[in-house]
Design a protein around this ligand. Structure first.
Ligand SMILES: Nc1nc2c(ncn2[C@@H]2O[C@H](COP(=O)(O)OP(=O)(O)OP(=O)(O)O)[C@@H](O)[C@H]2O)c(=O)[nH]1
Ligand SMILES: [Mg+2]
Length: 403
């Protein structure tokens, strides 16, 4: 479920009874979460909207303890992991009297894998802080923050630290970081718009807007007029953007010196994670007979518009790899629970997903060690636009060139 996806989500995680719920109540100065000395008081995630001033609105999420026991406990831990993978930031709460438990070590490695920032909060410091705990945190190179929720110590400083560490906007730009003032960008617009309604138009408008903000010059033409347009310029353009399907027809006519990319590659980076998708693309060469592939479409509009991709890509995968692959297609806002059975997820472009929900899905795959690629990157590869079309994006080129 999305809960105000525009606001950054801060997950409060840790073992049972460390004081997660009291920390939330103390930060919010309201009793929103139930607090008790009984371990396992919080069983369901509790999301509360909160104005973290001067930062702005956030959602703070209380979770069940990561050391919960039994079958129900295991389900609650899974739920907490899901919450983490859709969060922008986390507070990991520890009890100052204890040393690190294996569950906490697992948690740190999860957080590193899903690459979200977090603060280690050592709570209940009025009892003194265990020197072994301090030594363990130091060995892990984890900086920590000491508070006492009971005595209301350290909480304002913790809020200030959170504000400094919260992501401002993790959405990658379309092009503004790869162009400079007075650059000339040529954009070739496909004649027939087979893409979902408004999708391309929307991204074109944003590319134009970003280019203008950078004081670049943007030249727009139809695909048919692209070569003529380039030849009419006094010098080579700094960037040429075309639809991936057009790449094959034109790339030999575009001098090698010109940086050349596709709308799909630009959008894959903007919404998803281009180096990760390139790694996923390379995974295709390592697929074996019997491997399971998941084609994941987040929005139902594909039924009408992109029917080719969920048919075309499985066909292509089988022909390209010459392997017996088991390919499942799902259309759902949520990814299936058996994610870890898959070797590769081929995700739709996610054009109707928010950046945050796309990242959530990517993070779920990362947690399960499943490779991910998206329609845009696969189509660009099929159309011969990879690797050349990656040139404007050095981190993607580096990923492609890795052995
Ligand atoms: N002495 C002391 N007690 C605290 C402090 N913070 C929390 N507690 C107590 O620790 C107990 C557990 O607090 P909770 O906030 O319910 O802990 P929790 O981590 O949410 O626990 P679960 O929901 O069971 O996972 C309660 O009795 C709190 O009053 C603190 O800073 N000092
Ligand atoms: Mg609790």
């Amino acid at each position: 479920m999305i809960f105000d996806s525009a606001r950054p989500h801060i997950a409060i995680v840790g073992r049972r009874n460390v004081g997660k719920s009291l920390l939330i109540n103390s930060l919010l100065k309201q009793n929103v979460s139930k607090v008790s000395e009984v371990a396992g008081t919080t069983v369901d995630p509790l999301r509360t909207k909160f104005e973290l001033l001067p930062y702005g609105p956030v959602v703070i999420v209380d979770t069940a303890g990561i050391d919960d026991e039994g079958e129900l406990g295991r389900q609650r831990i899974t739920e907490t992991i899901k919450i983490l993978s859709s969060s922008d930031f986390a507070l990991v709460v520890l009890d100052a009297r204890d040393t690190l438990h294996s569950k906490e070590l697992e948690l740190f490695s999860y957080l590193d894998r899903i690459q979200i920032n977090y603060i280690v909060v050592v709570n209940k410091i009025e009892f003194g802080v265990n020197p072994v705990l301090l030594k363990e945190l130091k060995e892990l190179r984890l900086t920590h923050f000491e508070v006492s929720c009971k005595e209301k110590a350290g909480l304002d400083e913790l809020k200030r630290r959170m504000i400094r560490m919260l992501p401002l906007d993790s959405e990658k730009p379309l092009v503004n970081d790869i162009i400079s003032a007075r650059d000339v960008i040529v954009m070739a617009v496909p004649a027939d718009n087979t893409l979902p309604k408004n999708k391309l138009v929307f991204s074109q408008v944003h590319i134009i807007r970003e280019a203008l903000d950078e004081h670049a010059v943007i030249v727009i033409c139809r695909e048919k007029e692209l070569l003529k347009t380039i030849n009419n310029l006094k010098s080579y353009p700094d960037l040429v953007i075309v639809d991936s399907a057009f790449f094959k027809k034109i790339f030999q006519d575009i001098p090698d010196k010109i940086k050349f990319t596709t709308f799909s590659i630009i959008l894959s980076r903007h919404k998803g994670d281009l180096p990760l998708f390139i790694r996923g693309l390379k995974k295709i060469n390592k697929l074996e007979n019997g491997d399971k592939i998941l084609i994941a479409e987040a929005c139902t509009h594909h039924i009408i518009d992109d029917v080719q991709d969920s048919i075309k890509i499985p066909k292509w995968l089988k022909a390209y790899t010459k392997k017996e692959l088991k390919i499942d297609v799902v259309q759902n806002y949520n990814l299936p629970d058996n994610l870890s059975e898959y070797k590769l997820i081929v995700h739709c472009g996610g054009c109707l997903l928010t950046h945050r929900s796309m990242q959530t899905r990517i993070n779920q795959a990362r947690l399960m060690d499943v490779s991910v690629v998206n329609y845009g990157v696969i189509n660009s590869f099929i159309d011969g636009a990879i690797p050349r079309g990656l040139l404007p994006f050095p981190d993607a080129v580096a990923e492609w060139e890795k052995a």
